[in-house]
Design a protein around this ligand. Structure first.
Ligand code: S3P
Length: 263
């Protein structure tokens, strides 16, 4: 063997070690999830990720290839999150609820903790149309926007293990709810009209309330929609006064309970 062949053989041995370690690590990640569920320990423990980052930072101080190693560990962390998400849910999580109920905030949080892909319906529709939601309403009318929502939901049924953050009006059409349920569990987020007003008061891309940002108007539209929201929902989560972490923990717990009953 010449020196190059020797070096390549050593590299191959390193890869074997990395591979074995990764497979073992992935199994441990799944075992941790099983333990947490069996022992009623919170599933989400964001402080753990911070600890791992600190550990790596400490270990890599003054070392060469610090950034390259950090990049590999980032990828390991991201994939561990995906493994956890798939172990918990083998379906899509569809978030519905009134404007300002927290759909986008909670989908972002789920993306952070589980590295799940997010389908932000309003954003995709606006991007595809090349204009804001308000401009779509003004230029093509509400029906056109509603058809875009239905088509997008149908398109998204080919995806799994994603979070679909719907527009506030999406569950009003029965055919949309049928689509949501084909491949997903529907989570209704709720909040008091006062909370909603507080959350939407500074935004200007919600044509249905743009000139009516008041508690009575919001309460009225909400009560007109309540029945359809509740009929569509597999689980309901009140969001007033709760942190994102608390809401997500409740969401995971309720979905898992529902799954356990269905088994
Ligand atoms: C709407 C809610 C909006 C957006 C559009 C119509 C509705 O989405 O889809 O302005 O009918 O409630 P958000 O709930 O994300 O604000």
């Amino acid at each position: 063997m010449n020196q190059l062949e020797v070096l390549r053989e050593s590299l191959g041995q390193c890869d074997e070690i990395i591979l074995d370690a990764l497979l073992m690590r992935n199994r441990i990640v799944e075992d941790i999830m099983v333990y947490k569920e069996a022992n009623n320990v919170p599933i989400l423990q964001p402080e753990q990720e911070a600890k791992q980052k600190e550990w790596l930072e400490r270990r890599m101080q003054e070392k060469r290839h610090k950034n390259e190693v950090a990049d590999v560990f980032e990828s390991i962390t991201r994939n561990s999150k995906k493994i956890q998400a798939r172990k918990l849910f083998n379906y899509n999580i569809v978030l519905i609820g009134f404007m300002g109920a927290g759909k986008s905030t909670i989908s972002d949080y789920l993306k952070t903790v589980f590295a799940m892909d997010i389908i932000e319906m309003d954003q995709i529709i606006a991007e595809r149309a090349g204009m804001s939601i308000s401009d779509i309403f003004e230029t093509y009318g509400e029906q056109y926007f509603r058809d875009c929502e239905t088509n997008l939901l149908i398109e998204m049924q080919s995806r799994t293990n994603v979070v679909i953050s719907c527009g506030g009006g999406t569950p009003m059409r029965e055919c949309n709810v049928v689509e949501m349920k084909k491949n997903g569990r529907v989570v209704l987020l709720t909040a008091k009209p006062e909370t909603i007003l507080d959350r939407v008061k500074d935004s200007h891309d919600r044509p249905l309330i743009e000139n009516n940002k008041t508690v009575p108007f919001i309460a009225d539209l909400m009560s007109k929609r309540r029945e359809k929201y509740e009929a569509a929902a597999d689980i309901i989560i009140e969001t007033d006064g709760k942190s994102e972490l608390e809401i997500c923990e409740e969401l995971i717990h309720s979905l898992r309970q529902m799954d356990a009953k269905a088994e």
